[in-house]
Write a protein that binds this ligand. Sequence first.
Ligand code: PMP
Length: 465
Amino acid sequence: QAPALAQKAQRSTREWQQADAAHFLHPFTDSKALAAKGSRIITKAENIYLWDSEGHKILDAMSGLWCVNVGYGQPSLVEAATRQLQQLPFYNAFFQTATPPAIELAELLAEVSPPQFQHVFFAGSGSEGNDTVVRMVRHYWASLGQPERQVIISRENAYHGSTMAGASLGGMRYMHAQGGLPIPGITHIPQPYWVEHGQGMDKDTFGKVAAGWLEAKILEVGPEKVAAFIGEPVQGAGGVIIPPATYWPEIQRICDKYGILLVSDEVICGFGRTGAWFGCETQGSRPDLMTFAKGVTSGYIPLGGVMVSERVAKVLIEQGGEFEHGFTYSGHPVAAAVAVANIRLIQKLRLVEHVRDDVGPYLAQQFATLKDHPLVGDAETCGLMGALLLVKDPATLTPFPAELEIGMVCRGHCFGNGLIMRAVGNRMIIAPPLVMTRAQVDEMMALIRRCLDLTLADARSKGWL
Ligand code: PMP
C-alpha cells in the first residue's frame, strides 16, 4: 500500500531514487543508466538556489530549464495561482467563451511584444506553440489562395520542441532518427555557428554567408512553395550559439524579398533573457510570428503560445474561417493568472533593464576573463545567456575528440561543487535567473573557475593534453 503523503515527504534519498527508478520514465534520459546511478532529488528552491534531498545548496545557473526568469519563491505568482484556483480553476476557450485572466494576459502580451503583435494563440508548451506555427502558416497561405506554400525552412542543430512537428522543425538528427522524422514539408539549412562553418572568415562576413544559405534553399525549393522560415534568435539547447550581428538583419531582408513569413522561436529568448523583452529585438528581426513558453510564467506553471502579427491575424480573422486547431489548455485561467503576475513582476523589478544595462554587461565582462583559461577557446554571452567553448588548444581552437566527452567531465565537476551548468558537446552553457545580482555573478564565476580547473586537472592526469 502507498504510504501517506506526510510519510512520503520523509523518505530518504535512496528511497526516492528507488521509487523514481521503478516508475518514472524521465524525458531525454537513458533510463537504465539513470537507474544504476540514481536521480538527484531536488526538494526546494529560493531565489537562484536549489537544495537537494541531502541538503546540498546548488546555484542554478540554468534557471531550471531556461525558464525561471524571476527566480524561485516569488510570492506574487503563488498568490495569483491560489486566487485563481479558488475563483475558477478551469474553463476552456473553445465554445465562444473566455475567462478574465486569459483576456488580460492576451492584452498584456500585446503590450510587451513588438508593435506588429496584437493577437495571441495560447497553447500549453513551446512544442505545442510550434505545432501551432506549422498549422497556422499553412492555413495562412491556403487562405490567401496559395496552398502550395507548405515548406518551412529551419536550421540544423535548432531546437523547437519534442512533438512530431516540434522535433521535425528542430535540427537534431538524433531526434529525427527515432520516429521517422522530419514530417513532410520541413527542410533545414546549416546553423550560423562560426566555430563549425566560419573559421578563417571575419564574423560579420560569416553572418551574411550563413544567412545566404536561406536564400539558396528558397531558390532550391522554389519561392512559390516556401511558407516560412523559423529560428531561435540565439540557439539555446544547441549550445547557446550566438549568431554574428549581421545574420538576422540579412535573414529579414531575404524573407522580405520573397514574402516568406519569419517565425522567431522565443521560447528561451523571450521575457528578458537577452536584455530586451524578446530576442528578435536584440538580434534585429521583425517576425510575423513568435513562439513563446518558459519565461512567460517563469516556469511556475506550464503555458506556451504564439504571438500573431497583424499581417497574419488579418488574414486568419477576415479570410480564414474556422481554424481547426486548439488545446484543452489554450488560455488556461490559472496559467494565465500566473503569467500576468509574472509579467507584472518583470515590469516592477525592471528585469529587462537590469539585464540590458547592469547584470548582462557585467556578466559579459566577467565571462570574457575566462578566455585566459587553458581549456577555454571562446567565452561569449548575450544578455543572461552564455557559453564557454572547451578546447584542447585555445590558440588553434583544436577540439578534444568527441568520445572523451569533455563537457560531461566538466558538468560532473559543476554538479559536485554546487553549480548547475549544462554541457552541449564541448560547450558549457548558462542561463541564470534574471534576478541575479553582480555579487551572485561573482559567486558563480568563482564556481565556474574552480570547475574548469578541476576539469583541466582531470584532462592532464588522463593524458588528454
Ligand atoms: N523552442 C525552444 C527554442 C526551446 O528551447 C524549447 C524547450 N527547450 C521548445 C521550443 C519546446 O518547449 P517545451 O519543452 O515547452 O515543449
